[in-house]
Design a protein around this ligand. Structure first.
Ligand code: FES
Length: 338
């Protein structure tokens, strides 16, 4: 098997034939910045110190001739040809590198969709430089000048080459920002956002089954992580259990059913907490239904996102079922009180 050597650490990684350098690095837990995964954005540019690689088809604008002459390549499309490919990347313990947040990044509202009685999905496209982020991160939205404080909202889609961001926003009756977004922000408006922030990130090096627990707009970061994970061809089993009060509160139900039919390793379940499930599915809170669904979690990575009490009760039940603290990731949403 071919191998990749990372310098200056000298770490060696086996590279199965046909795999790109980016996907091999990610599977080993190295967070090489990337955006389009298609040779168009130039984010994954790395210097190749020795060895041969097939660069595949990439856009001229993503890698200049000067960079090519200096030995740089785009790792999202690069496949090693020689037995050893030596690249320059980070340090011995290259950790996921967080992108520096951008402040006051102008975006235009391209869509606003009522998803459930209490939730809208807001889609934004960048008017300037797009925000680079990892699936699971969030951005701050608000307009302080008009009395609408910046509030964190998770990004609901994995990074796209056009920079589009999607957010799922719960209307908090006592808040100032979410009612403004629901009632006053319109398609075609320009708004400023700050981001990315947060460390609710998927670890690509983890080789375990995955359980995601979400309620309400907590589905947003989970959707971003799920889509990124599944579209990269990861084969570990992934189960999403979504908690909704009623069937009308099921969020992205069709999209999740689609993902379930497309990826054999993905199972989508939902439970209704305030009405009976006429489809014969699950009913009741997650702490009641999860033990029936997956009674043993000691080898699972668990991602939990939702309101504070939801996350608290999920944390307790997954611990009772044997989940290891270091493999449990949580994103709690606090209701906006001002
Ligand atoms: S990720 Fe965009 S060029 Fe590689």
């Amino acid at each position: 098997m071919k191998k990749i050597i990372i310098q200056p650490s000298g770490k060696e990684i086996a590279c199965p034939s046909g795999e790109t350098v980016l996907s091999v690095l990610e599977k080993q837990g190295y967070a090489l910045p990337n955006n389009c995964r298609a040779g168009a954005c130039g984010e994954c540019k790395i210097k190749v110190l020795s060895g041969e690689f097939d660069q595949g088809f990439i856009m001229d604008m993503a890698l200049s001739q000067e960079d090519r002459d200096l030995g740089y390549g785009l790792m999202c499309m690069a496949k090693p040809i020689s037995d050893v490919l030596e690249i320059e990347f980070g340090t011995a313990d290259a950790q996921p590198k967080l992108f520096p947040p951008i402040e006051n990044s102008w975006h235009i509202v391209t869509d606003k969709i009522q998803r459930t009685p209490n939730l809208i999905e807001l889609k934004l496209s960048p008017l300037g430089q797009s925000i680079k982020y990892w699936p699971g991160q969030y951005a701050m939205i608000g307009d302080e000048a008009s009395g609408h404080p910046l509030r964190p909202y998770s990004i609901a889609n994995p990074p796209r080459s056009d920079g589009e961001l999607s957010f799922i926003i719960t209307k908090e009756p006592n808040g100032k920002t979410s009612p403004w977004i629901h009632d006053e922000v319109n398609i075609g408006d320009n708004i400023k956002i700050n981001g990315p922030y947060g460390t609710f990130l998927g670890d690509p090096s983890v080789d375990t089954p995955i359980l995601c627990l979400a309620s309400g707009s907590g589905l947003a970061p989970i959707l971003s992580l799920l889509n990124a994970y599944l579209s990269r061809g990861n084969k570990n089993p992934v189960t999403l259990l979504f908690s909704a009060k009623t069937k009308a509160d099921l969020l992205h139900h069709g999209k999740l059913k689609y993902l379930e039919s497309r990826y054999v390793n993905f199972k989508y379940k939902y439970t209704l907490t305030q009405e009976s499930n006429k489809d014969g599915g699950l009913e009741g809170r997650i702490d009641k239904v999860l033990p029936l669904l997956i009674p043993e979690l000691s080898n699972y990575s668990v991602y939990i996102a939702g309101g504070v009490s939801f996350v608290g009760s999920c944390k307790n039940i997954v611990r009772e079922l044997g989940a290891k603290d270091e493999l449990v990731h949580m994103e709690e949403y606090f209701a906006q009180q001002v």
